[in-house]
Design a protein. Structure first.
Length: 433
């Protein structure tokens, strides 16, 4: 392969990729409201000569290059979070601006920039004959990831019946190549009480007071009870992976109550718990930890511990109900798909993370090229549920995700597009086909 030629082709697309990303940023696309950003992506895919373009029942957009039976997929979720407090933004998050190095606006890093690089990488693969015989490339613009990560790929796997040989996630990696991340689940704890007039609280049974004890126990569990999974005794099969991914965590993220009035004792209280899971932890294990808290056992007849379910309609009106469980996943650094991405990167860009300004330099310089995410991605379903190998490499930075004044870097768009374009042939070489 002529790596310099491929690099130059990628660099020649920088202006077009910048424009495409700015167009996507300008279209608000929060979860379940992605219709118009899907249509803009479809327009770009048509312009670039994709062989087949589909919008599935959930509203994911699927663009194909090539005609083989085996699929290498590149996934980018195209929904964003909201903008939060507008006063925290220096410029309009949907109009934004660009400089010589960065693009500003909601979704640039998280993670429409990844979709832009993926779409243009497929164009490069077709034009430069980089798609191996027997393979086709699938570019996925997936929906509702911010609401329920991985649900979109449950639909793709189970309803569309699409099963790639491996998938690149284009979530932001700050110049690194990521081989895993912790899983997570969303737990709910409900406590019953009995209301009475607030002037005589002893007549009732205050659900908030019971919940206060449970909240303290959740805090104690996070601070003292979860690090044991990093030890060989507690986690003999997975402790090394757990050391790499980091320990599990739990935190109370929401609280709810009911009461007849502000002059009454609360008759119910509920909390949401965000539970991050390291290697070796399952949802059953995590639920039992909450059920075994001293305060939960103390009030066991009045407490219910459960896992949330997600059933919000997509922009097409389709509902795919699933439990809010997002499994941990991890790969060896020597796995063929990880090496395919790593080798593709090194052939063009060297063995260090690339930065283009002081902001990206301070977050990337000196960090390992191959690492892990802190947050969660669609890989929780792709590999966590279905065992399809995943690897992460995407433009932008995890620190920009969900933050005001979000930016991404123009050079990242090029670096990622060029790297993706090389991966299929490198993968075939790795597996000896």
């Amino acid at each position: 392969m002529d790596f310099e030629k491929i690099k130059k082709v990628g660099e020649s697309y920088k202006d077009k990729m910048t424009k495409f990303l700015r167009d996507l940023i300008a279209i608000p696309s929060e979860s379940c409201q992605e219709k118009f950003v899907v249509l803009r992506i479809k327009e770009e895919m048509e312009k670039l000569g994709f062989d087949k373009i589909e919008i599935d029942g959930l509203g994911n957009i699927l663009g194909y290059m090539g005609s083989g039976d085996k699929i290498i997929a590149i996934d980018s979720h195209i929904d964003t979070v909201g903008i939060g407090n507008m006063k925290n933004w220096a410029s309009d998050p949907y109009t934004g601006y660009e400089t010589s190095t960065v693009i500003y606006g909601r979704g640039g890093s998280d993670q429409e920039g990844g979709l832009v690089s993926a779409v243009y990488s497929a164009k490069m693969m077709k034009d430069l004959n980089l798609i191996p015989e027997g393979y086709k490339i699938l570019i996925v613009g997936s929906v509702q990831e911010e609401d329920c990560d991985g649900m979109c790929w449950q639909y793709i796997y189970n309803k569309d019946n699409i099963k790639p040989v491996f998938v690149i996630s284009t979530e932001p990696t700050d110049g690194g190549i990521y081989r895993g991340h912790r899983g997570r689940m969303e737990i709910r704890v409900d406590v019953k009480g009995i209301s009475c007039h607030g002037s005589a609280p002893e007549r009732g049974d205050n659900a908030i007071y019971k919940m206060a004890e449970i909240i303290n126990d959740v805090k104690e569990l996070n601070e003292k009870g979860l690090a044991k999974m990093l030890t060989k005794d507690a986690n003999p099969e997975h402790y090394k992976d757990a050391e790499f991914l980091g320990r599990g965590t739990c935190t109370v993220s929401e609280i709810f109550y009911t009461s007849p009035s502000r002059c009454a004792v609360a008759d119910s209280c509920a909390i949401s718990i965000d539970r991050r899971m390291t290697a070796g932890e399952t949802y059953q294990y995590c639920l039992k930890q909450i059920e075994d808290l001293p305060s939960v056992k103390k009030y066991k007849n009045d407490v219910k511990v459960s896992m949330y379910k997600y059933n919000r309609p997509s922009w097409t009106g389709e509902v795919y109900e699933t439990e809010c469980y997002f499994p941990t996943w991890i790969n060896s650094e020597t796995a063929p798909h990880v090496k395919a991405v790593t080798d593709s990167y090194k052939k063009v860009w060297g063995d260090k993370r690339i930065y283009s300004d002081d902001e990206s330099k301070k977050n990337r310089e000196g960090k390992n090229l191959v690492d892990k995410w802190t947050f969660s991605t669609n890989c929780v379903s792709i590999q966590g549920r279905y065992g399809i190998p995943c690897v992460g490499f995407g433009p932008g930075a995890e620190s920009q995700a969900h933050a005001p004044n979000e930016i991404t870097w123009k050079q990242d768009l090029v670096v990622c597009a060029v790297t993706y374009a090389l991966v299929p042939l490198m993968y075939v070489k790795e597996i000896g086909e």
